[in-house]
Design a binder for this molecule. Structure first.
Ligand code: CA
Length: 227
């Protein structure tokens, strides 16, 4: 599944285990070891899901969840709280802060995976569906095929990933840096102008036969799929 998950967790053995397992499932994973870093990453990168530990060295999980859910730009991001067993009453407060789900430590990675998938399916169907449609574009994710107006379009792997990413949140504008993080992954060093090169290729490939341009360039901000 092509989704970015941030894990805000100060206990290294836990975050390492979570990262290993989620990456194996095909997720892109970012770890933050404290609340401040976590919030900064969330505001900057708008991940698809937040896994939030309850007890953190600086901000508490509740506080972070509150900030996400109060922010009109961030509140749609689903949040799963990780709580320790002894914090039973905290679970309830977790729901009051707007957390979408919670998982009690110790948890099995299998359970965590299932919860994440179920939540993403519920709140972001465009992430999990095999066939996604935007305007006259259709992506068949199982076959990795793209169609516009019923006609198949051949895309290179990066252009495919870009389109697949845009279509998850149509009309949302992403900066070149955000596109690099989400589509290329933040471990790989690529210059931001590489993004422009691939956007150009994607545009050329999907805007065939004088169809309207579905890629919008927002000057000095970035790109979105729109039209
Ligand atoms: Ca902790």
């Amino acid at each position: 599944m092509n989704a970015t998950i941030i894990v805000v967790e100060d206990e290294k053995p836990i975050s390492t285990l979570i990262q290993y397992n989620l990456e194996k499932e095909g997720f892109k994973v970012h770890i933050s070891e404290n609340g401040e870093d976590g919030l900064t990453f969330i505001k900057k990168n708008n991940p698809d899901l937040v896994l939030l530990d309850w007890m953190l060295p600086d901000l508490s999980g509740i506080e972070i969840c509150n900030q996400i859910k109060k922010d009109s730009k961030l509140k749609s991001i689903p949040v799963i709280m990780l709580t320790a067993k002894a914090e039973e009453s905290d679970k309830i407060r977790g729901f009051e802060t707007g957390a979408d789900d919670y998982v009690t430590k110790p948890f099995s990675t299998k359970e965590l995976n299932l919860r994440i998938r179920a939540l993403l399916k519920r709140v972001k169907p465009s992430l999990t569906e095999d066939i996604v449609i935007f305007k006259d574009i259709k992506i068949d994710r199982l076959a990795r095929r793209v169609y516009r107006g019923g006609k198949e379009i051949k895309l290179g792997p990066t252009e495919y990933n870009l389109l697949n990413f845009f279509i998850k949140n149509p009309k949302r504008v992403y900066s070149r840096e955000q596109l690099l993080n989400h589509v290329w992954g933040n471990d790989i060093y690529v210059e931001t102008r590489t993004v422009d090169v691939h956007i150009r290729r994607l545009r050329k490939a999907i805007n065939i036969d004088n169809q309207c341009d579905l890629i919008r360039t927002v000057r000095s901000v970035g790109y979105s799929i729109d039209g």
